[in-house]
Design a protein around this ligand. Structure first.
Ligand code: NDP
Ligand code: BG6
Length: 512
């Protein structure tokens, strides 16, 4: 079977085959993300023949790990976490070019050693390489790593016309507006914006990319995509998992920082932005920033636009489950929200008067990420809601995950001599159309960074614009402590105070 026939992901990837010789350096290579996502992504890219012929993987971290041990760790990670089973031949090609450099993140001399290591690779293959640095450490060392990349000259390495040193930066990108601005300042002191790839892994999800295609490759949506036809939009990012072993991180974060400010806002931006003039990274990101800037400041206090809550103990999946305050590593008096609900108004020509509702929570009824666009009801002159006419508002729902797809709720006639109506669902599922085994977000993102396509990454001003909206909320919540914190039982669809956000407009949350 031709390579491009194996999965639709491989079609149209011709530009991705043009990556020059590349060294990917992972800072924090002994960590969780490297094992769960990055190594499996590299393996699957290799499987799909999307890595350049001269591809090298270098792990970097404080603990000295012999090359052989790092290769074993990587092999184990593929066995445990890859969507495809380990293929010894495919992985062997990458493993042969995999090594490890030990050093501190703030240790200037170690970065010189890293530079020498890369120079040795270049000498071995007799060509220059582009360097892609993946910062996969806790954010406390993002700054020192960036500074050392600058001081050692690694950040300014230049290869030909198009490929420079590139840096992928993991989330969280700051914890509020000020810290995001400071991080951007550090970045700008060593890198140009086009060298920087700020990760939001939601942008790498197949269905999120499909959102752009659905919106702009179909003519039926655009005429309806505005305040004249759309009643409101609901964006749900619900998780079944709790904080697990990440209590230490989560206590400093909470749902607003962890999910709303980044992932959920990206979904909103792609749903609400104007059509970009091209699919070029700058054109798309310009439109995202424009729509983010049109969002009205959030109203705080009673009757305001924000709701927060923590999950409380209860039954989930037939088992008794802990509440957030009983979880390991959590302060029993914690004021960190595990759920955030938001009502947004976008004050532009297209969206004025259309509420956008956002919610994200842990330990909810089921894992689902969905964008639901609810259209206005038709005039009830012919079919008005009654015993015979069961009518639902037309709703277009993009199911981002799991069971990826797109559905449309329409009203139809129930077969029979009497005219009765009921809502029916038109359903498109990825699994039935394309089969399963969809590429992971990190595969797309690592590949895009390697070929220099920043479309699916966050630009500096985009991150700041989103933080600008949410920083006053975070400050108000920090000042209020636990006051105003609601709760929701594990396995439910969220707290009452989030229902109240919608009630004023006689809306209710969907149960997707
Ligand atoms: P880890 O806590 O596993 O840390 C990664 C590595 O960084 C460690 O193996 C360690 O390597 C080094 N490290 C750990 N703590 C410190 C510290 N206090 N100071 C300096 N170095 C430290 O992180 P993850 O791999 O889970 O996450 C990495 C990045 O990715 C983070 O920014 C995280 O927010 C982000 N992320 C992670 C996700 C995940 O699922 N894990 C999901 C989304 C984003 P060594 O000791 O060898 O130097
Ligand atoms: C991460 C958050 O960014 O996204 C986690 O830090 C969350 O708390 C995760 O669980 C969800 O990602 P996904 O891809 O499983 O929806």
């Amino acid at each position: 079977m031709a390579e491009t026939q194996r999965h639709p992901f491989l079609q149209g990837l011709s530009k991705h085959r043009g990556a020059p010789p590349t060294v990917v350096v992972i800072f924090g290579a002994s960590g969780d993300l490297t094992a769960r996502k990055l190594i499996p992504a590299v393996f699957n890219l290799s499987y799909d023949n999307l890595l350049p012929a001269d591809f090298f993987l270098v792990g970097y971290g404080r603990k000295a790990i012999p090359d052989e041990e790092f290769r074993t760790l990587a092999t184990d990670a593929i066995k445990e976490f890859s969507r495809r089973e380990l293929n010894a031949e495919v992985w062997g090609r990458v493993a042969a070019n995999t090594s490890y450099v030990a050093g501190g993140y703030d240790e200037r001399a170690a970065f010189d050693r890293l530079a020498q290591h890369i120079a040795a690779i270049e000498k071995k293959i007799g060509r220059e390489v582009q360097t892609l640095f993946y910062i996969s450490t806790p954010p406390s060392v993002f700054g020192p790593i960036l500074q050392n990349l600058g001081a050692s000259g690694l950040a300014s390495k230049y290869l030909g016309q198009a490929h420079h040193s590139k840096v992928i930066i993991e989330k969280p990108f700051g914890k509020d507006l000020k810290s995001a601005q400071e991080l951007n300042k550090t970045i700008r002191s060593v890198l140009e914006e086009h060298q920087v790839y700020r990760i939001d892994h939601y942008l790498g999800k197949e269905t999120v990319q499909d959102l752009l295609v659905q919106r702009f490759a179909n003519s039926i949506f655009e005429p309806l995509w505005n305040r004249n036809f759309i009643d409101h939009v609901q964006i749900t990012v619900a998780e079944e998992v709790g904080v697990g072993t990440r209590g230490g991180y989560y206590e400093q974060s909470g749902a607003l920082r962890d999910m709303i400010q980044n992932h959920t806002m990206q979904l909103l931006a792609l749903t609400a932005m104007e059509p970009p003039v091209s699919l070029d990274a700058e054109a798309v990101r310009d439109e995202k920033v424009k729509v983010l800037k049109a969002i009205q400041p959030l109203r705080l206090g009673a009757g305001g636009d924000v709701a927060r809550a923590q999950y409380s103990e209860g039954m989930m999946g037939g088992k008794q489950a802990k509440g957030y305050l009983q979880e390991e590593g959590i302060n029993p008096q914690s004021a960190t929200e595990t759920y955030a609900g938001i009502r947004l108004s976008i004050n532009n020509w297209r969206w004025q008067g259309v509420p956008f509702y956002l919610r994200s929570g842990k330990r909810m009824a089921r894992r689902v990420t969905e964008i639901a666009v609810q259209f206005k009801r038709p005039p009830g002159t012919l079919f008005a809601e009654s015993d015979r006419f069961n009518l639902a508002p037309n709703t277009l729902a993009f199911q981002i995950q799991p069971d990826e797809g797109l559905s449309m709720i329409l009203n139809g006639k129930v077969p029979g001599l009497e005219t009765r109506t009921q809502p029916v669902k038109m359903n498109f599922r990825y699994s039935t159309t394309y089969g399963s085994n969809t590429p992971e977000a990190y595969e797309r993102l690592v590949l895009d960074a390697m070929v220099g396509d920043g479309t699916l990454f966050i630009r500096g001003d985009e991150a700041e614009t989103s933080w600008k909206l949410y920083t006053p909320v975070l400050e108000a919540w920090a000042a209020a402590g636990r006051e105003g914190m609601d709760s929701y039982p594990v396995g439910s669809w969220g707290p009452a105070n989030a229902d109240a956000l919608l009630a004023a407009s006689k809306h209710t949350w969907r149960q997707p």
